[in-house]
Design a protein around this ligand. Sequence first.
Ligand code: ZN
Length: 219
Amino acid sequence: MSEPRTAQSLGLIACHPCGAVWQGATEGAACGRCGSPLHRRKPDSLNRTWALLAAAYLMYLPANLLPVMVTSNLLNTKQDTILSGVIYFWVTGAWGLATVVFVASFLVPLFKLGALTTLAWMAQRHSANNRADRARLYRIVEVIGRWSMLDVFVVALLAGLVRIQGLAEVTAGLGIAAFATVVVLTMLASLSFDPRLTWDDAQPLSTENPLHHPPHEPT
Ligand SMILES: [Zn+2]
């Protein structure tokens, strides 16, 4: 296998939308094929990621404190937050549902926020630690991002089920809007993070598998 080179080290810039690669192009110049501005890295990647993460953390509070589900029948009205809903499902014996809601609405968003904060923090510090693990972590965040709206579906499904039984009226509470905002903000934060930042200071490039031949090892 030939020596790995990065586009950056060869003075090349790839156009994100159309994939054309330009030699000697300057940052911000228009792509000669599709006209999009050329960038070596996503512009302001870390600043944007931090801003979106901060907003997501802020919305995480109302998402967990405001009711996500309002159940009303002839006698009373019951408001459930995500966690009180989980407890309610658990004590009524709906363990599967309790687990799905707990994982999808509580653990997964928390994991994504924590993972992206770690990735952005380590990229900002130009950390050389665990680069391969960080790359794996970013891929996991990307994959589970597609399932993040699961919780909104669960509430919608429940509302439908309860209505069919005709026992009570279930409506989505304000917390669902806050929760959906957290999910969207986290997805945008994951999009604005440029995973190449993790590898930018990985020098020098080894000709062998860098995992097995650390650059400091004498050859
Ligand atoms: Zn282009």
